[in-house]
Design a protein around this ligand. Structure first.
Ligand code: FAD
Length: 440
């Protein structure tokens, strides 16, 4: 049926992109929007339920020539939102961004893919002293062995993730969007297929939510609700927190993000919990369904607030290079965090070619959080069939790019020696996980 502001629109998933889409649809005047999620915002299994995320500056996408232009368009729209939109701007911390690498391949990547250059507003960091001087004395105390990097001070930094997602949801709700959340009532069990189309979805409580358009924004779980023809690979990364002392909190303020593409990254401690968050870098973990070990492999997300001990070791190795004084401090919290990679890490935002009422807002590929201010607008554009032609091409439904998919492809990511490969949670025995006590 033709779209109007009275059309019923169902969003599956109230995570990062679902909340953004809800907000943009409400602002465009849609009056009948419902969002389903097994959890209230912020969902504990949402990749966006995190204290902070990097405003990512790199280009991602296909080899088709438009990727730089599309990445630029996305980034400009995101930065505009972070700087001007009342829903988001208080959560943007324009503290700068340091991108670095250790091996020759990593250093090449930083220039070619992340676009670090003087012309792009970066300054080169060549020595350990250069790195240490980017933050107040006493923050970075390490030797930065073999590190080379770049710093960008403007239009770069980090965003408070959970709070921006909550703000987006609250504003959408204020504008009339209905959020149906909770395990029975909000968890989508399956989509409703009828007359060769998708007509909504059915939740665990047996209720049918019928709609004129269904927008799939279920993140890493999208592939378990709809046959994505191998275009999504659910992949997890590992994050850990360290409790800081009041004195450290005073010192560790307004810090640039520091990211070594082969080691990991950290951001300044958050004001609420007083914890410093870091991620060890690697090409990701999958959780392979052992019954699917053929050309069409299946990685199945699960929730866990622990990380493999090998990830702890990598995180501590990273700290030893930059802040050895923190390297042995216990973790106060850790979890695995799932996203879904397309084969070329460009987003998949499109109407489905055969199910006319199904809209896909998936494939955030590890760099989708920072787009929360604007991504819902592009998803709404796709629904309204007016997405910018370059984006439409880049973000299309593209199963031809996933035939005989190389499931172990690093997808442009790196890890330290020994971890420079896609890993399998199935190889981590029960003893292989951390046992960090729950936060009090
Ligand atoms: P999510 O935010 O995960 O939302 C999916 C939602 O679907 C959840 O709310 C979930 O509860 C819901 N759902 C699941 N199953 C169902 C169901 N059956 N029915 C209904 N709802 C369901 N990006 C950046 O830009 N910068 C960064 O620094 C950055 N760092 C990252 C670090 C880590 C460790 C990870 C894992 C990701 C990082 N990302 C970063 C990527 C970013 O977090 C994701 O790309 C983005 O949050 C994905 O948004 P999404 O809406 O697709 O998925």
């Amino acid at each position: 049926s033709p779209l109007s502001h009275d059309s019923s629109i169902l969003i599956v998933g109230a995570g990062t992109w679902g909340c953004s889409t809800a907000l943009h649809l409400a602002r465009r005047g849609y009056k009948n929007v419902t969002v389903l999620d097994p959890y209230p915002v912020p969902s504990p299994i949402s990749a966006g339920n995190d204290v902070n995320k990097i405003l990512e500056l790199g280009a991602f996408g296909g080899e088709e020539g438009d990727e730089r232009a599309v990445s630029r368009m996305l980034l400009d729209a995101a930065i505009q939102g972070w700087k001007t939109d009342p829903v988001f701007k208080e959560h943007f911390h324009e503290t700068g961004y340091i991108i670095a690498a250790t091996t020759p391949e990593g250093k090449k990547f930083v220039v070619e893919r992340e676009g670090a250059s003087v012309e792009a507003g970066f300054r080169k960091l060549s020595t350990a002293e250069d790195f240490r001087a980017t933050m107040p004395k006493g923050v970075l105390t390490g030797d930065f062995p073999g590190w080379e990097g770049w710093i960008k001070e403007k239009d770069a930094g980090w965003v408070h993730a959970a709070k921006s997602m909550q703000n987006a949801a609250q504003e959408a709700e204020r504008l009339g969007v209905k959020f149906v959340t909770g395990n029975e009532v909000g968890k989508v069990e399956r989509l409703i297929y009828e007359d060769g189309d998708v007509k909504g979805s059915k939740t665990l409580d047996g209720k049918e939510h019928r709609a004129d358009r269904t927008i799939l924004c279920a993140g890493a779980n999208a592939a378990s609700l709809f046959d994505m023809k191998d275009q999504l690979r659910p992949t997890a990364w590992t994050l850990a927190h360290i409790k800081m002392t009041p004195e450290e909190l005073e010192l560790y303020k307004n810090l640039p993000v520091l990211f070594n593409v082969e080691r990991g990254f950290f951001m300044e401690p958050d004001a609420d919990k007083g914890e410093l968050k870091m991620c060890d870098e690697h090409p990701g973990y999958c959780n392979w369904d052992e019954s699917s070990q053929n050309s069409s492999r299946k990685s199945v997300p699960f929730a866990k607030t622990q990380i493999p001990k090998e990830a702890e070791d990598r995180a501590r190795g990273f700290l030893r290079e930059i802040m050895p004084h923190l390297a042995d401090r216990p973790f106060s919290f850790a979890r695995i965090c799932w996203c879904a990679d397309t084969p070329n890490r460009a987003f998949l935002i499109s109407l489905h070619p055969s199910y006319a009422s199904l809209v896909l807002g998936v494939g955030a590929s590890g760099h989708g959080f920072c787009h929360i201010p604007a991504i819902g607008g592009f998803i709404a554009d796709a629904m309204e069939e007016k997405l910018d032609p370059k984006m439409k091409k880049c973000f299309r439904w593209r199963p031809e790019t996933a035939t005989k998919r190389n499931w172990d492809d690093l997808q442009g990511r790196f890890g330290p020696e020994g971890s420079n490969r896609v890993m399998n949670f199935g190889d981590i025995g029960e003893e292989g996980w951390t046992s960090i006590p729950a936060r009090v």
